[in-house]
Design a protein around this ligand. Structure first.
Ligand SMILES: [Zn+2]
Length: 90
């Protein structure tokens, strides 16, 4: 099923991701991968099963996340989530 979520807020982050040309990302939505990574990073989640995470995502849609690497998207999202965690720590 193709992703129908509104990813308009993270289009800038999507633009810088590498393209997935080998089909390794199984055509999963890179924007969903980013958001999942962000959430996990923010929670400093340490037990991450990327195979399972990517499998659970919807297929990619149009816009900047199309054909982008969901692996890179997750990693970037995770990093941004960790930064967000520290920025919001008081
Ligand atoms: Zn999506």
């Amino acid at each position: 099923m193709a992703c129908k979520k509104d990813h308009s807020k993270i289009q800038n982050q999507m633009r810088n991701l590498p393209y997935d040309q080998g089909g390794k990302g199984r055509h999963k939505c890179a924007a969903c991968a980013y958001e999942q990574g962000f959430e996990d990073g923010r929670n400093l989640k340490e037990n991450v099963d990327l195979d399972q995470i990517l499998d659970s995502l919807d297929e990619s849609q149009a816009k900047a996340q199309r054909h982008k690497s969901p692996h890179a998207a997750y990693a970037q999202g995770y990093y941004d989530g960790v930064v967000d965690y520290y920025n919001n720590k008081s």
